[in-house]
Ligand binder design. Structure first.
Ligand code: ZN
Length: 422
């Protein structure tokens, strides 16, 4: 395992508590590699051999490189920037017994609720402020131990170890201080952002786990960290794209927000974002509608979203013959009802790619009696229909506040995507 690339991944995840921060950090990475930023509001002029990126909503990002010669298609990878967490509601302060100050929160995505209890949390997101005539977006991250959701003592629920059903409205509200602090929440946010509280007209703020990413195991075989799903794949995708300008293919990496809540937003995988970008690239390169459709027919999408590894304490939950393991390589995901877009052709193309890159691969399928999750590959296909494979890195405890993955698999994904983009 290359410790350097893992250290970069850890720095990225630690500094990306929300999708907004993840996109801002990926943009910094792209800036450093000479990518040019485009705006959706302006006409695009694209040069052959150049590298560009564009974001939507500050939380979804598409980067691409224009080939040196006439394009024959698009080589695309996609991942997501968001992770399950708690969104802080409007007017969030709640006083309890005239003593504690709590925050009113709601679920964003399908997290394992219990994993958010009894651990230091902080608050981050974006606020919208009035700046002259315009509305301006500012990132904010309190970046200190600000909140905690305390468990109930076992003495008050002796059946706790027989399983607890947590009510997200009543059991999952974090305390942030005492009622003497009332009114302090938005003041702190404003102070952190360097604006006046009354200038804040809107906010998308979230609780996040303060744990940092780290190596785990006698011989550092594993990594543990928050938001591994799917910041591992997002970072691998953008890292692999780096300076990969191909001869004939537009190389592209898309990182979509809102996968955890169904992708159905203006910037999600179900939106027109990817299609708009592909059409605008084609338009700027003088490719007409007929030719554009020819390019799509010769295009490929690798949808990269983490996969369930065989669980050491629950091996019976895994399929009998498709049970990927940590450090076993890239997982190709299959689903009979096509929640994963992989088919025989796209699986073959992916295996061929892994073989050429010299990295291992393994397969995942749900047990036939377990419904399983979904991802963004088949959702994106409703807007742009191309050959697609669903893959991911194997991990445990998906949607826990702290997830576990293999220390070796991350580099394999970068290597495979680099080969893809070549
Ligand atoms: Zn995911």
């Amino acid at each position: 395992m290359k410790k350097n690339s893992l250290q970069n991944l850890f720095t990225f995840i630690d500094g990306s508590p929300t999708s907004f921060h993840a996109v801002a950090n990926l943009e910094k990475l792209l800036d450093a590699r000479g990518f040019l930023k485009l705006s959706e509001r302006e006409r695009w002029k694209l040069e052959t051999g150049e590298k560009y990126y564009v974001n939507r909503n500050g939380s979804s990002l598409i980067a691409f490189t224009i080939p040196r010669e006439k394009p024959s298609g698009f080589h695309m990878a996609a991942a997501h920037s968001d992770s399950p967490c708690f969104k802080i509601k409007e007017s969030p302060e709640i006083a309890v017994n005239d003593h504690y100050l709590k925050l009113n929160v709601e679920k964003y995505g399908g997290m394992i609720l219990s994993t958010w209890l009894d651990r230091p949390l902080s608050i981050a997101g974006r606020i919208i402020v009035k700046a002259g005539e315009d509305l301006r977006s500012c990132l904010v991250n309190l970046d200190r131990d600000t909140a905690i959701i305390p468990n109930l003592a076992i003495h008050m629920n002796r059946d706790m170890n027989k399983g607890v059903e947590y009510n997200p409205q009543t059991d999952m509200q974090p305390i942030i201080g005492l009622t003497s602090d009332k009114g302090s929440f938005m003041k702190q946010i404003a102070k952190e952002a360097g604006v006046k509280e009354k200038e804040i007209l809107g906010s998308d703020l979230y609780l996040y786990n303060r744990d940092k990413c780290r190596l785990i195991g006698m011989d550092d075989a594993f990594i543990a960290g928050p938001r591994l799903d799917d910041l591992e794949c997002a970072y691998a995708g953008m890292t692999a794209l780096e300076d990969r300008v191909s001869k004939n293919y537009v190389n592209l990496c898309a990182v979509f927000d809102n996968e955890e809540v169904g992708s159905g937003t203006k910037q999600g995988a179900a939106s027109t974002f990817l299609r708009d970008v592909l059409e605008r690239i084609s338009g700027a390169l003088g490719i007409d509608g007929e030719e554009y459709r020819c390019l799509l027919a010769d295009s490929f999408l690798i949808s990269a979203d983490n996969a369930h590894a065989l669980h050491p304490n629950n091996p019976g939950k895994a399929d009998e013959t498709n049970r990927p393991v940590l450090n076993g390589g890239i997982v190709i995901k299959y689903h009979g009802s096509q929640k994963y877009a992989t088919d025989a052709y796209s699986a073959a193309a992916m295996k061929d790619l892994c073989n050429r890159a010299g990295v291992p691969f393994q397969s995942y399928a749900n047990r036939a009696d377990i419904i399983g999750g979904s991802t963004l590959g088949n959702i994106a296909m409703s807007q742009v229909s191309v050959n697609t494979v669903d893959i991911g890195l194997p991990q445990l405890a998906m949607h826990s506040a702290l997830e576990t993955a293999g220390a070796k698999d991350f580099d394999d994904l970068i290597e495979a995507l680099r080969t893809f983009y070549e």
